[in-house]
Design a protein around this ligand. Structure first.
Ligand code: SF4
Length: 258
């Protein structure tokens, strides 16, 4: 993966100052450009190479895994797809498997009937319109059944290395909770985060924020005493303002559903 040099806070503050004038007050970040820079610098020390936790073996299986993950946990999806992808890792093999057998593989995942329909339909479309390959643009990806903007962004980032922010439930919560990039909808948060995050950190920002939300800044009770940005955080209800020691975390272990 490409090593990029972070922009200086001075450079970032110039572009942010230009943006702030166009953004309504309620949607402004509560952080200065230097503070945002520092937040992502710390995330980058903790997890120099963050990665997504959805298992896949190629762009096609990634599209399927992300489509299956709506309203489900990554661990739950991984448990089902391990066996599925062993027999169907291309659109052609997925069609050969058929909707009924596909349902059997994924029946532990919520909304599996509808998701099975979509996976079969997207496999058909990939073969009919894209020569069996996963397309590399958002415009094309969202034409696939069951693939919305968020799924497309995850695929662009994880399969094709493009710096996109796919706003999931964790990112949406953190952006609004700590007022890093407030927005009423995932699209607003995505646009806002894309403006405030220094370019050099944009590629990994998606995973840093998801992992921070999944393991520290949790929905019900954020674990502020374990948080490396506790001193910078502007969430009025945070329970600690002493940052946790800034050390690189052990390699990510992808959780396995029981
Ligand atoms: S201090 Fe608490 S609320 Fe703020 S980012 Fe950290 S975990 Fe979340």
């Amino acid at each position: 993966m490409k090593n990029v040099k972070p922009k200086s806070p001075k450079q970032s503050s110039k572009s942010n100052a230009a943006t702030v004038r166009l953004v309504p007050a309620r949607q402004r970040s509560a952080y200065s450009a230097a503070e945002v820079e520092e937040i992502f610098r710390r995330f980058s020390v903790q997890r120099p190479e963050p990665r997504g936790e959805l298992e896949h073996v190629n762009p096609f299986t990634l599209v399927v895994a992300v489509a299956l993950s709506a309203q489900a946990t990554d661990a739950g999806v991984n448990k089902a797809t391990r066996a599925l992808f062993a027999v169907a890792d291309t659109p052609q093999k997925m069609l050969a498997l058929g909707e009924e057998k596909l349902r059997d593989y994924i029946k532990t995942i919520g909304l599996y009937r509808n998701k099975a329909k979509n996976v079969i339909a997207l496999s058909e479309k990939l073969i009919a319109d894209f020569g069996g390959e996963v397309p590399r643009t958002r415009e094309e990806l969202v034409t696939l059944p069951g693939v919305g903007r968020k799924t497309a962004n995850v695929v662009l980032s994880m399969a094709f290395g493009q710096p996109t922010i796919a706003v999931d439930t964790h990112i949406f919560r953190i952006a609004n909770r700590i007022r890093l990039a407030p927005g009423r909808t995932p699209d607003e948060v995505e646009a806002h985060l894309s403006r405030v995050i220094p370019e050099a950190y944009l590629y990994h920002a998606h995973h840093w924020l998801i992992l921070h939300g999944r393991y520290v800044c949790k929905a019900r009770r954020p674990e502020c005493e374990r948080c490396v940005i506790a001193d910078l955080c502007k969430f009025p209800e945070k329970t600690c303002d002493i940052p946790a020691p800034l050390v690189e975390l052990p390699p990510q272990v992808v959780p396995v559903a029981g």
